[in-house]
Design a protein around this ligand. Structure first.
Ligand code: ZN
Length: 136
């Protein structure tokens, strides 16, 4: 386990619905999501940091704002997609069901693609529930 870790909190709003869900999550609804982005390291850089908090914020928040914030996060197979597309609603389409677990994975992988060595992402979907995605 690395010796140091920094965590940045980033909030955003999104809507979704889950396919094959028996409960009320099958209906379109929204969340005020809160991301906790962890970056871990065994050694600090020349400034004595794992990574500047501002750099973490810039990398993660810019991707989240451009792709997820105030959008409907939907599975490509969702029958509402053509309807919402026709109305010009902004969407983020995924191959998987847009659960908190899968959304956390998408954010993790997008941030890694930008070269930020994120170690774990927690996505709070409500004040009582969060999902974790991490890769070694
Ligand atoms: Zn939900």
């Amino acid at each position: 386990m690395p010796r140091y870790q920094v965590t940045k909190l980033i909030d955003f709003c999104y809507g979704h619905r889950l396919l094959e869900h028996k409960g009320k999550c099958r209906y379109l609804h929204g969340h005020n999501g809160l991301l906790e982005v962890d970056i871990a390291a065994d050694a600090l850089n020349d400034q004595g940091m794992v990574l500047d908090f501002g750099d973490v914020r810039d990398a993660v928040k810019s991707w989240v704002d451009a792709n997820l914030d105030h959008r409907m996060l939907l599975c490509r197979r969702d029958p509402t997609v053509p309807l919402l597309q026709g109305l010009g609603e902004p969407m983020y389409l995924m191959d998987e069901n847009p659960t908190a677990e899968n959304v956390a994975k998408h954010i993790f992988q997008a941030v890694r693609k930008q070269g930020v060595k994120v170690s774990e992402i927690r996505l709070w979907e409500t004040p009582n529930s969060y999902a974790v995605y991490r890769e070694p």
